[in-house]
Design a protein around this ligand. Sequence first.
Ligand code: AQP
Length: 346
Amino acid sequence: MMKLTPRVFSGMQPTGNLHLGNYLGAMVRWVEMQKSHECLYCIVDMHAITLWQEPAELRQSIREVAAAYIASGLDPKRSIIFNQSQVAQHAELAWIFNCVARLGWLDRMTQFKEKAGKEKERASVGLYAYPVLMAADILLYRGTHVPVGEDQKQHLELARDIAQKFNNDYRDSIVASGYADGLFFPLPEPLIQGPATRVMSLRDGTKKMSKSDPSDLSRINMSDDTDAIARKIQKAKTDPEPLPSEEAGLERRPEADNLVGIYAALADTTKEEVLGQFGGSQFSVFKKELAEVAVARVAPVNAEMQRLLGDPAEIDRILANGASRARTLAQPILTEIKNIVGFIQS
Ligand code: AQP
């Protein structure tokens, strides 16, 4: 029986500039986890094309995301950093999972409804099947832990449902393959923690900060310079009241809650402590301090990203090396899966 090692998998789409939501909601935790776990961090370019991408921009975005990973503190010697399309096993397992997942499950996915909008009939099949590919991404490595932002919770639940159904559907074959307990796939655990699991738009505290928001003022990009960060925070929507002294006072004040959460995450502290310091202050005062903390955190990442992007061949080498290590882990697991399913393999 194969021993189940704790293994972390997560990824980001190369669909544009990474923003503070991606960084605080996911990346900070990824960097933490590589100290204690075997980690795979993927640039999910096959997910990116579920919405049309201009090829030259996609290529550039893949390198930018790789540079952002490394500049944020991911170590390519320790963690496996790669782009999904270089490891064909992701697509192979996704097909098998397409035959395990049920249409009714996918019909419930809220992200598809948001992204497809009113033009559901014109959305790509890939956009609809996206969560199935995501389940394959994780389970191809028998991943056990998935650090993500709040918005991915539903997709993770679907990955668990797929793992469970595969284990049930193929139970006898799994047992015959040497897994006496009939459990081939683990049920991957979402890790959604910290004060910034859902960073909201700076223009509307009820909408998530997102790469695809048409307003650049809605987000802080990891590639923004000092002036841009200060300007965006200064223009961020707020209400007219001063900051409350306790967290309960943030209820029904989504913009205030968001800015306090961002400050807490950037300064590695809690909302309660931030309010202890700024309770009673006007937003004009708080925003200046917030801009300073944001610049102090983002500027070094941005500078390192730009340095790395000066040598795209080196980024490509890192990705090729990561893909080769990922394939080495994935292939024996996929071979077992194909045997369990009943495929003949030479
Ligand atoms: N606003 C957010 N707050 C906290 N975490 C977030 N994440 C994304 N937005 C926020 C987390 O970042 C990781 C990578 O996300 P993704 O690139 O796969 O795609 P996404 O969630 O669809 O991000 P965007 O910015 O909204 O992209 P578009 O606009 O292209 O759809 C995930 O762990 C996610 O939870």
